[in-house]
Design a protein around this ligand. Structure first.
Ligand code: HEM
Length: 141
């Protein structure tokens, strides 16, 4: 069976990552996670290209450059709860649609992408949700 890297190719993965961050920039559905990112999305776009090349079965570019493929530490400084995970996966779904990815590749990636996004999630409740539930937090502030 072909790997996603073989199906999409380097060019396809680059387009996917560019489209992913273009979606994050433009879609109100992703405004929460857009705010977490630096103003300039170019550096993280390059890192995601390197990461997904590796992760989709291509050459281990990210691993070679950064010495690890563990995503826990780069995300540790951000509050990533269920809402943020949903927003990230939303951007990826949109990006896959925008680049015209086949149903075959979408199906191959669906569960593994959910798994990696859930692994990056580092809290059970999104900050926005905990504020919704406790209006005193706003009163204190
Ligand atoms: C689950 C929701 C996620 C959120 C909210 C999130 C958010 C972020 C943020 C805020 C950054 C720092 C960006 C910057 O410096 O401007 C980042 C970096 C990064 N993210 Fe995520 N992320 C998520 C999931 C993922 C997933 C699932 C992957 C991979 C499949 C991923 C791959 C990366 C990579 C490769 C970097 C750069 C890490 C480095 O500095 O080497 N992220 N992410």
């Amino acid at each position: 069976m072909n790997t996603p890297y073989q199906i999409l190719g380097s060019e396809g993965i680059k387009k996917l990552c560019e489209s992913f961050y273009e979606t994050m920039e433009a879609a109100h559905e992703a405004a929460g996670i857009r705010r977490m990112h630096a103003e300039d999305l170019a550096p993280v776009t390059d890192k995601l290209i390197d990461y997904l090349t590796d992760w989709m079965g291509g050459p281990p570019i990210y691993q070679t450059k950064y010495g690890t493929v563990c995503l826990t530490e780069p995300h540790a400084g951000y509050a990533i709860g269920p809402k943020e995970t949903t927003q990230w996966l939303f951007c990826m779904d949109q990006a896959l649609d925008k680049i015209g990815a086949s149903d075959e590749v979408k199906e191959m990636l669906k569960v593994p992408l959910e798994r990696v996004a859930n692994a990056v999630q580092n809290r059970d409740v999104s900050v926005a949700d905990s504020m919704d539930r406790d209006p005193n937090l706003i009163a204190i502030n």
